[in-house]
Write a protein that binds this ligand. Sequence first.
Ligand code: SF4
Ligand code: SF4
Length: 299
Amino acid sequence: MPLGKVREKVLQGLGKARGTPHRYTRWRWAVAIVVTLIIAALPATNMLRFDMWGGHHHYLGENHGLIETAKRFAFPFLFVNLAIILASRFLGRYLCGFGCPYGAVARLAEWLKFHAKTRRERWIGVAWLLGICTLLSAITFSFWIDWRVFRDGSSLAIALSGSFLLALVTSFYFFVQKLGPGFCRNYCPSGVYFALLGHDSFNGVEFAHEEHCTECGACDKACPMDLKPREMSGGEYREGDGFYPDGMSNFALCIRCGDCVTACEGTTARSGLPTPLRMGFLPEKARESAAPDHPTPQP
Ligand code: SF4
Ligand code: SF4
């Protein structure tokens, strides 16, 4: 399994040789921030919020009972899930690579670890990470409990709410700091679901110009999912691990993060030749060859 530091080194040294963050990095952060802001706006504007303390449940700004709020939310919830299913089916796991707030913070944790050379920088990194984990935990908390509990609640209500918030922050911090992208690779149940849905999607990484490959291996080291990007369209598969069953193809597991392409572009930037790896809509030929030797389990 490639270490986070090795991956960061590859991306820093090769993919970002031109001094600015790679376009995939910029897109990843932009999408993750927009998604997080949209999620945060739901409880903040009473568009969707449950209040397990005061019983003031809200949907589209109106106050309803718990069951009524859940019923009204059911249809848009199904609609959003249908959109996710269709997107994963046709585009693969872009949601994991670009839209997931956890994935973005896990990458940030690696980046901070990589850049921290001194003890002071390490502590600054921890403070940043704790701040972001607290922010994301506060957003999650807002969906379930009204913040006024800390002003008007009984001692028991304050203790329970505080414990809930503390549990969110510590578990979030533990996951991003200790597991990082390893959680996406081995344990995320949504990731398994998206992988099953998108095992023969139309998008992905293509080894388009094999003849220009220098066999430098930078793409392998850069992959946070421990895959072999050059073998993506060859039906290669990874042994089952964590929640992931045996027999899933590399193509299904790929989160479309583009790190391998970033690294590959960095290695070939000076040659002026077409980049061996690229990401985008796959020609039918590449999709056909991506059919795994070990059939991917069906959802
Ligand atoms: S193969 Fe490339 S795009 Fe897919 S997960 Fe690995 S680095 Fe990301
Ligand atoms: S595909 Fe690109 S990064 Fe990977 S080994 Fe070949 S030249 Fe290196």
